[in-house]
Design a protein around this ligand. Structure first.
Ligand code: 4AD
Ligand code: MG
Length: 466
């Protein structure tokens, strides 16, 4: 046991000079001359380093040789006012112990910048960079703020299953879960016999906790889920992951309007929380990758999001095309918007976040409330600058009859859905909810360009390393 308690770098940097301190961390850089060395030490608690000053009349050359970028140290000394600029205090070292050396010939992170793409192949080193330190701290702060937001509103955190037999989004692309021997799959009448599988039925990893969430909301009123979600869609884009995290609030007695108000309040709260609590990290990312980041974050706070129906949006896009704006994908009533269309609406036309509502029923999931017009549903997508869709949600179809009719129309298996349909059979209520893609939010908040760089261990097609 150390006799002196360790202080984290984040706290050291805020302390007044004078105290004897103990710091532990990894060497970022070492410089100096024969008389004096300056070691920048970081322990991951902050983007900032504490400077350790080593007087070479106290320490020997042999020890200093072992102190290279990436090595781990334990440093005791006095916290003194810093003479150099850039920091208020530094440690005048009296003792330095090397926990682990870091061979400079083999360490893949030297001072020169390494590309984000390269870093993805060196998982352990990647997380130790300034960039990922910042991303991970912001990711944590956002997760905490999400729980705080809902807790303060009296929502109940509901844990929905990751293994499920239902396909909530009806989109198909699910990962199957099985313990069957794929070399020798049990068959019955030529078909796979899932009764022999672990759960006695065909199961998959969930694409959404919403359906189970609706059971929670129609019991305790307001719930939210926050967990991993899996989609086997083969989308190799900077905005898609095969494993991502989603936050899905679901609220009894909310109509679409209430849902929109909550979604807007929610994302604004999170952006404000980041600005209030993560400024050092945001400033670093702003300076290094995206000099419009902080301004963009502030810009969404002060304004009301633009609400527009799908039909109005199609008119806007068609007018743009008429005026010579080119899109890779064509757009007309009934098509699902591509990210280029969403970004046109947000970045060029309205120049603010957009809440798109009332979609053609054929491009949306079975559970959305049907409008009187018979061809649109009360869906709601929130579109953000640089990202496109960040939230997808809707008011839910509360009528048993209409829900059953839609399930029928789509040819979905009722057998797996009776438990869900029960919510409309017994005391049905108007209710609504939405899903926020956690990594999409983080793309916006960190300004990173690729969704792989806002999750510690990304899973994408042909990539499940570590
Ligand atoms: O729009 P989606 O598919 O909606 C649902 O899953 C609903 N069940 C939500 C609800 O109403 N409770 O997905 C919601 C959000 C998207 O807006 C997007 O931000 C994110 O999840 N998302 C993805 N993020 C990363 N990679 C993917 N492959 C994603 N697919 C969706
Ligand atoms: Mg969606």
């Amino acid at each position: 046991m150390d006799t002196l308690a360790r202080t984290k770098v984040k706290d050291l940097l805020k302390m007044p000079a004078g105290a004897d301190v103990l710091a532990k961390g990894w060497v970022r850089t070492k410089r100096g001359n024969k008389q004096i060395k300056f070691i920048a030490l970081n322990d991951g608690s902050t983007i900032n380093n504490i400077q350790v000053v080593a007087d070479m009349s106290v320490f020997d050359e042999e020890l200093m040789k072992r102190i290279t970028t990436g090595a781990s140290l334990k440093v005791t000394g006095k916290l003194v006012e810093s003479v150099g600029s850039g920091q208020a205090v530094e440690i005048q070292a009296s003792g330095i112990e090397v926990y682990g050396e870091c061979d400079p010939m083999r360490y893949p992170l030297q001072k020169k910048d390494t590309s984000l793409e390269y870093l993805r192949s060196v998982a352990h080193m990647r997380l130790r960079t300034n960039t990922f330190g910042a991303v991970l701290r912001i990711r944590h702060a956002m997760a905490f703020a999400i729980h705080k937001f809902f807790n303060d509103k009296g929502f109940v955190y509901l844990n929905t299953p990751l293994i499920t037999e239902s396909d909530a989004e009806g989109a198909g692309d699910m990962f199957q879960v099985t313990t069957m021997n794929l070399e020798n799959v049990p068959k019955h009448n030529g078909k796979v016999d899932f009764s022999k599988d672990f759960f006695g039925k065909k199961t998959s990893l969930t694409v959404s906790g919403q359906l189970e969430g609706e059971l929670g909301a129609t019991a305790v009123g307001e719930i939210y889920t926050f967990g991993p979600t899996f989609r086997a869609e083969n989308s190799n884009t900077p905005r898609h992951l095969a494993e991502f995290w989603m936050i899905e609030p679901e609220m009894a007695f909310y109509e679409l309007e209430d849902n929109m108000v909550l979604a807007e309040e929610f994302v604004k709260y999170l952006v404000q929380y980041a600005l209030d609590n993560c400024m050092d990290d945001l400033q670093f990312l702003n300076d290094k990758y995206d000099d419009g980041l902080i301004e963009r974050l502030r810009s969404v706070l002060g304004i009301a999001f633009q609400r527009v129906t799908y039909t109005e949006a199609v008119d806007i896009l068609e007018a743009a095309v008429k005026n010579g704006r080119q899109f890779e994908y064509s757009v007309h009533w009934g098509t699902d918007f591509q990210s280029e269309h969403e970004r046109y609406l947000v970045e060029e036309h309205f120049r603010k976040p957009v809440i798109l509502i009332d979609f053609p029923k054929d491009i949306k999931a079975f559970y959305m409330k049907q409008n009187e017009d018979g061809r649109t549903v009360r869906g709601m997508d929130v579109l953000f600058p640089k990202i496109g869709e960040i939230i997808g949600g809707s008011e839910r179809e509360a009528s048993l009859e209409k829900l059953e009719q839609r399930i029928e129309e789509l040819g979905m298996s009722r057998k797996n859905l009776e438990w869900y349909i029960d919510t409309r059979r017994f005391g049905t209520v108007p209710h609504s909810g939405f899903g926020l893609g956690f990594e999409r939010l983080l793309l916006f908040v960190t300004g990173m360009a690729n969704i792989r760089d806002v999750i510690p261990f990304p899973r994408t097609p042909k990539n499940a390393e570590f």
